[in-house]
Write a protein that binds this ligand. Structure first.
Ligand code: C2E
Ligand code: MG
Ligand code: MG
Length: 715
């Protein structure tokens, strides 16, 4: 409802104006006054939307009234219309100056009055609306500001709470090294409530040592204005135990961006560190012997090598391997084997000096890193001590087990300066020591390395040779001295190497045995020999006896019986045409088992020859335990016949003893007619050697058979 105030000292005018004003809009309220002071008094307690005032009045004129209204709280923007009797410029200026909104000329024109009043009321309404909106806006702003402040307060508290519950120790220190903030966890570590720590020296918080270190770092953060990378540090826990912390330091800035404090945050990583250490220990140690393992040793070696380039710091690496461990494992079981290893580990540790490192490389292989081994004599001294420690019998659950070890030594920096080389050197030296006869040690020498390289290359080529069918057989005839005719042929292996030509078995058999390639090679040779035997069996009445060589190493690993039976079955060779050459060595190991194998093959007709007889350790008395049909006297006893009487006597004795046991004697490596004659005199049954023929192809041998060569020799 718009409120219009009319002020005129003349009652008539008052009435006219009031009536006119009231007629402008339906519900306009009009208050009319004759005295300006009354009007002003009324305005103190009421609000008007429009003031229409006469200019010339007693006490106060229109300009003064306007001025006073403008000073009132609600009067500043209320439209004030001043009515002047005539168009008096001076009055108008006065009124304008006092803040009047508009003028009307008296006597007022009704139409103009109404129009003007209506417009001013509309203006006023807009004005009020705008003011209300502004007010609402202000209130909204105020409300949101209050909310913001409340939220800030709340979030600050929440933040403080959060910081207290974080699993981190948080504190801040100013440039003077005083605590400006500390969370509950950090305070608990210091054993005081946070309030007691604020303003105190950081030493109270961290203890003297950590505080000194922390202060240096804080100084750096102040100087550089940058966070430091995190670092690990140790501290004393609330219960006095050591704890591990991961600590970071970062600058805290004020509104201007100046660094005012350094925030220190520490995470307790004790559990993680312990787990890490446990894992590390597991990864670096062997659970059975509790010794460091190969990877730990390699790591230490690498460290030592890095330092040891200075020659004042020489050291020795020993690698050793128990000589009969596999036998113990097989005979007494794995648990006994484990106990043996654990005891060996204890003896090794007792044998070395403090500071030397004993490690288990795997299986029954150990290593010792010997510090301060300035001379080979130092290393030899320890190697001796170790070997004698391991040579003492071990007690394993009621059994006394004697074993020994083979040991290889290499010196750093003399032999090599990298961990890998040193380990390889020591292993090479160890293999060499083992091959030379066990229970001994040997130093690495560079020739071994060259040998090893060659062997490695050869091994690769050997593997490929099988796939590429580079093997072939040659045949060496055996002649019966009674008839002078060929009675058999020995199959001898040849490797036709693409670059090296024909390679003799002496050059690759040992490696084939060491690498296990001997098994597939033998299978091939056996099959090829049987196949050739079948060809002769078909073509010649009675066939021809074929001899095949079987390596001693096969007997340990393979079921030789199955291998031979397979070859016979596949080829269809009459088993009585197959002769198998074995060396004396085969007969020395596992006597019962070996005898059973040979016997079962003998039962199906296969015969056996003892090859290279006389060079091994067996005796004829031992050989009689096996179903052996022939002894092949080694060429060493034949070479010096007939002049060497001792050899002649030996061969003579072998012949008579063999005949006594129902065996035939074959002389190997017969090269001369004189040798042949001597052998005939000594009663030898068969001969084989260059004098008859060097090994030849199957076709060449067949040509000899076709020609029916008869070799009678001299005498
Ligand atoms: P071995 O079984 O004693 O074979 C006889 C060796 O003496 C053969 O050497 C043969 O060529 C050689 N020889 C024959 N007559 C004479 C002679 O009058 N004077 C001299 N100085 N030597 C003669 P090869 O063929 O080099 O074979 C060497 C060894 O390799 C064989 O000795 C045998 O132990 C082994 N071997 C050959 N072939 C095979 C095979 O297929 N399997 C296995 N496991 N070993 C084989
Ligand atoms: Mg042979
Ligand atoms: Mg031989």
């Amino acid at each position: 409802m718009p409120q219009i105030l009319i002020l005129d000292d003349r009652v008539t005018n008052q009435r006219i104006l009031a009536r006119l004003a009231a007629s402008v809009e339906p519900d306009v309220k009009v208050s009319a006054f004759g005295d300006p002071l009354d009007a002003l008094a009324w305005l103190e307690t009421h609000e008007a939307d429009l003031v229409i005032t006469d200019f010339k009045m007693p006490h106060l004129d229109g300009a003064e009234v306007t001025r006073r209204i403008r000073r009132m709280p609600h009067g500043a923007d209320v439209p004030v219309v001043v009515v002047t009797v005539y168009d008096d410029r001076e009055f108008r200026l006065l009124a304008l100056d006092a803040g009047a909104t508009d003028f009307l000329l008296a006597p007022v024109d009704h139409v103009e009055f109404r129009t003007r009043v209506r417009n001013l009321l509309a203006l006023r309404r807009h004005q009020l609306e705008a003011r209300r909106q502004a007010e609402r806006l202000r209130q909204d702003l105020e409300a949101s500001e209050r909310l913001r402040v409340a939220l800030m307060q709340e979030s600050r508290e929440a933040l403080a709470q959060l910081i207290d519950t974080l699993p981190a120790m948080i504190s801040a220190a100013d440039a003077a090294g005083r605590v400006v903030f500390v969370n509950a966890r950090q305070a608990a570590l210091a054993g005081r409530p946070p309030a007691q720590l604020i303003g105190q020296d950081v030493e109270l918080l961290f203890g003297a040592e950590r505080a000194a270190f922390g202060r240096e770092l804080d100084a750096e953060v102040f100087a550089r204005g940058e966070a430091l990378p995190g670092f690990e540090e140790g501290a004393t826990g609330p219960d006095g135990t050591r704890i591990e912390l991961f600590t970071t330091k970062a600058p805290l800035r004020d509104a201007e961006g100046r660094v005012v404090a350094v925030l220190t945050t520490s995470l307790d990583i004790t559990d993680r560190k312990q787990a890490e250490e446990r894992l590390l220990h597991l990864a670096q140690h062997d659970p059975l012997t509790a010794l460091p393992n190969r990877s730990y040793l390699a790591e230490r070696l690498r460290e030592r090598c890095a330092q040891g380039r200075r020659s004042e710091d020489p050291f020795a690496l020993h690698v050793l391997d128990l000589d009969r461990f596999k036998g113990v494992n097989d005979a007494l079981g794995h648990q006994a084997g484990d106990r043996l290893l654990a005891q060996a580990a204890r003896r090794l540790r007792a044998a070395v000096r403090e500071g030397d490192l004993v490690a288990r490389l795997g299986g029954d292989e150990f290593a010792i890193l010997q510090r301060n081994a300035a001379t080979p004599a130092d290393a030899a001294h320890l190697a001796d001590r170790v070997l004698s420690a391991l040579a003492r019998p071990f007690r394993l659950g009621g059994h006394s087990v004697a074993t020994s070890a083979s040991l290889g030594v290499t010196l750093c920096p003399k032999d090599a300066t990298t961990a890998d080389e040193l380990l390889r050197n020591a292993e090479l030296a160890m293999y060499r020591a083992k091959a030379t006869g066990r229970n001994r040690f040997g130093f690495f020498d560079p020739d071994m390395d060259a040998d090893a390289q060659r062997a490695l290359q050869l091994e690769g080529e050997l593997r490929r040779a099988l796939a590429r069918r580079e093997f072939e057989l040659v045949w060496q005839p055996q002649v019966n001295l009674r008839t002078g005719r060929i009675c058999g042929a020995e199959a001898l292996l040849r490797w036709r190497h693409a670059a090296r030509g024909i390679v003799s078995p002496a050059e690759f058999l040992q490696l084939a045995e060491e690498t296990g390639l001997i098994a597939p090679i033998t299978e091939w040779a056996l099959a090829a020999a049987c196949a050739q035997g079948v060809a002769w069996q078909k073509r010649r009445p009675g066939g021809l006896r074929v001899s095949a060589n079987l390596s001693p190493s096969l007997f340990g690993s393979r079921d030789v019986r199955d291998m031979v039976v397979d070859a016979l079955a596949t080829s269809g060779l009459d088993p009585s045409l197959l002769d198998i050459e074995i060396t004396e060595r085969v007969l020395l190991d596992k006597v019962e088992e070996m005898a059973a194998t040979l016997r079962s093959l003998r039962e199906i007709g296969v015969s056996f020859s003892i090859d290279d007889f006389g060079t091994g350790y067996s005796s004829l008395a031992h050989a009689r335990n096996f179903p052996v049909q022939r002894l092949k006297v080694d060429q060493a006893f034949i070479a010096n016949l007939p002049s060497d009487r001792a050899d002649a006597a030996i061969v003579g004795a072998i012949v008579s003893l063999a005949h006594g046991l129902g065996m035939d004697v074959v002389a190997e490596g017969v090269e001369t007619a004189e040798q042949l004659a001597a052998l005939r005199r000594l009663g030898c049954d068969e001969v084989q050697g260059y004098f008859v023929r060097e090994p030849v192809t199957a076709a060449e041998l067949e040509a000899m058979l076709d020609a029916d060569v008869v070799l009678l020799g001299a005498g």
